[in-house]
Design a protein around this ligand. Structure first.
Ligand code: TMO
Length: 313
């Protein structure tokens, strides 16, 4: 793919149009790595595609909210998974300050919210309504939560505002933050043997939907601004009294200087678009098959050559 100038006679080189010589900077493209599997694998997939084009790539582990400020400042080059529910607010705040660009949506439609494996509904048949869940709160009580139900929320940096939602909707639940995504899967796995009712944070696309059939809890429908304007949502005095968007976007974002500094890589980033099944598969390769993220990316690329080569041509 990479054309070597040494293969051309000096005279021929002088005749090439300028555009043919415009090439990506040899500085590393900095790709952030977060704490859920599809993002880690997708980052490696795209990193390997860009390396295949001759670019240098550096991976940095970063906080999934602070990354938008890092992109705005050019310290990080791009972000491949901007989930509307978890990161919409941080992304919008960075867009307002400037320095970051919206590079378009993936094909995937996303949802992130309170979720239960289907056996939970046998014990609480009014589900998926949040009011029915609340009436069943005692079913979810643990020694740790006393007479309140236990809700295992995501790691704190996903800013799911579970505690605020419980307060705004006056629910009989105590919100515990998981230390990692793996702790969420462990909670579901441990409940599976004797079909203990559990409610945890989960999302789609994800590997989990192929392993544990389940449903999202239906909260009051998301309206734009529910996290900014207390008047929106059923509680006129509080924020976060809505569910997350049920048909959320998944965006790509980049530092605004990327297009000039790495035009080739930027053109590919613009074309990249993953679907729900492709993203679930990326997570599965790590969470079920237990591959290392770089191996998972190699496997994904080998199995899906027709998809990604269309972006690099
Ligand atoms: C950001 N996440 C996909 C874990 O909800």
């Amino acid at each position: 793919m990479t054309r070597r100038p040494t293969a051309l006679a000096a005279g021929a080189l002088a005749l090439l149009p300028l555009a043919a010589l415009a090439s990506d900077s040899s500085d590393p493209i900095v790709i952030p790595i977060h704490n859920w599997s599809s993002q880690i694998v997708m980052s490696n997939v795209v990193g390997q595609i860009l390396e295949g084009m001759g670019n240098t790539v550096e991976y940095v582990t970063t906080d999934s909210q602070a990354v938008y400020e890092s992109i705005r400042l050019g310290d990080v080059t791009l972000e491949l998974e901007v989930w509307e529910g978890a990161f919409g607010a941080s992304f919008r705040a960075a867009m307002e300050k400037g320095g970051i660009v919206d590079v378009g949506d993936h094909d995937a439609i996303t949802r992130e919210d309170w979720w239960y494996p289907m056996w939970t509904k046998d014990a609480c048949p009014g589900l998926p309504s949040w009011e029915a869940l609340n009436d069943c709160a005692a079913l979810f009580a643990t020694p740790e939560t006393g007479d309140k139900g236990r809700y295992l929320d995501g790691p704190v940096d996903w800013l799911k505002h579970g505690k605020e939602r419980v307060e705004a909707l006056d629910m009989d639940f105590e919100v515990i933050n998981a230390g990692s995504a793996a702790a969420l899967w462990a909670e579901i796995g441990a409940a599976e043997a004797d079909k203990t009712p559990v409610v945890v944070f989960n999302w789609t696309p994800n590997f989990a939907e192929a392993v544990w059939p389940g449903e999202f809890v239906e909260f009051p429908e998301w309206v734009d601004g529910c996290d900014k304007d207390p008047a929106l949502g059923p509680n006129p005095e509080m924020l976060y009294d809505c569910g997350n968007p049920a048909d959320g976007y998944l965006k790509k974002a980049a530092w605004e200087g990327m297009a000039d500094k790495w035009p080739g890589a930027y053109a590919v980033l613009e074309k990249i678009s993953f679907t729900n099944p492709q993203i679930a598969e990326m997570a599965r390769l790590v969470d079920i098959d237990e591959l290392e993220p770089d191996e998972a990316a190699e496997e994904w690329l080998a199995a899906n050559e027709d998809i990604w080569t269309a972006w690099t041509e």
